[in-house]
Design a protein around this ligand. Structure first.
Ligand code: FPP
Ligand code: MG
Length: 322
């Protein structure tokens, strides 16, 4: 299931218009275009699609006005992934070699900066107003704080509260901001904007928990990322936190995650230990609870096709394999 099958015709049209717009916005420089194209091409477009659907959910806001901001959201996300892959030393992203592994950190920093600047150019050229600029700057600030927090606690076991603070900052705030922006630009009431913001935030928590399961149990060919990447880079996530609590082999697992030199056989062992516990069911249960509260908070009785698509996206987030 992807976002096209997850929703109605409205999404298909949005999706194609968005693809064209993103493509146009990165083709000014040949080297940058060729470097970014494979990476940008493989994204799910969750963030811009959430934004676009929210702009249609109640009032009709034209795609002509919405597309630059939708593309900017995807470019900010892609810029953050380019930088994230330097921090994590990741080899694969979206099924292709990372820019870092092809060109090294110097080019990757600059390409990420370029995409980030391009995003803000699109926003600046389209007069969305101060409120939009405020939401965007806060979301990027939160993204950075989340990453710094993660980087400062590598190879250490976070409490459940610390884990949630981190995934809220690095993922949930981004998704909630996309929904909030859709409500703001299309002129919704504050109550409706708050409902959409809560929907996006809960969706984001579920999304990141599922991402953390897929890091251990996903199929590399489907996720486009290497299994055990989090463990290798020292990021301790919910499946591990749970397994440490309930596994008979928790000391072996603790030894692996704190060793700072995680080998492939360590990853296999960690996967086996996690598998022998209820960690995956536990994480899925938590993700499902966040999705339930996302759906409860969708405003306006949601009977528009965009509203139905937002409901289907919530289901996709838990069931996804990529
Ligand atoms: C992927 O998460 C990465 C992020 C959610 C954010 C990365 C943010 C930064 C590097 C700072 C902001 C930078 C800019 C240019 C705005 P993950 O590591 O959990 O998932 P993964 O398995 O896909 O890498
Ligand atoms: Mg990463």
């Amino acid at each position: 299931m992807n976002f096209l099958s997850a929703s109605e015709d409205i999404t298909t049209q949005d999706f194609h218009e968005l693809e064209d717009f993103i493509e146009q916005s990165i083709c000014e420089d040949k080297f940058i275009y060729e470097t970014c194209k494979p990476l940008i091409g493989g994204g799910k477009r969750l963030r811009p699609m959430l934004f676009l659907l929210c702009t249609h959910a109640k009032n009709s806001y034209s795609n002509e006005k919405a597309l630059p901001l939708a593309a900017a959201l995807e470019l900010i996300h892609t810029a953050s992934l380019v930088h994230d892959d330097i921090l994590d030393g990741a080899k694969k992203r979206r099924g292709v070699s990372t820019i870092n592994s092809r060109y090294g950190a110097q080019i990757s920093v600059l390409v990420g900066d370029y995409l980030f600047a391009k995003a803000f150019q699109l926003v600046a050229e389209n007069n969305y107003g101060d409120k939009v600029a405020e939401v965007l700057s806060k979301l990027v600030k939160n993204l950075c704080v989340g990453e710094i927090m993660q980087d400062r606690s590598l190879f250490a076991v976070p409490t459940l509260g610390e884990y949630y603070t981190r995934i809220n900052l690095k993922t949930a705030v981004f998704l909630s901001s996309c929904c909030k922006l859709g409500g703001i630009v299309s002129g919704m009431s504050q109550k409706e904007i708050d409902g959409l913001t809560f929907y996006g935030g809960s969706l984001g928590l579920a999304f990141q928990i599922v991402d953390d399961i897929l890091d251990f149990f996903g199929d590399e060919k489907v996720t486009g990322k290497i299994v055990g990447g989090d463990l290798k880079s020292g990021v301790v996530t919910l499946p591990v936190i749970r397994a440490l609590k309930v596994s008979k082999e928790s000391e072996v697992l603790r030894g692996i995650i704190t060793s700072r030199e995680v080998t492939n056989s360590d990853i296999d062992k960690a996967v086996e230990i996690i598998k022998n516990t209820d960690a995956v069911e536990y994480c899925k249960m938590r993700a499902t609870a966040h999705i339930d509260s996302a759906l409860v908070n969708l405003p306006f009785g949601i009977k528009t096709s965009a509203g139905l698509a937002l409901e289907k996206i919530a289901d996709f987030v838990v069931d996804r394999t990529w």
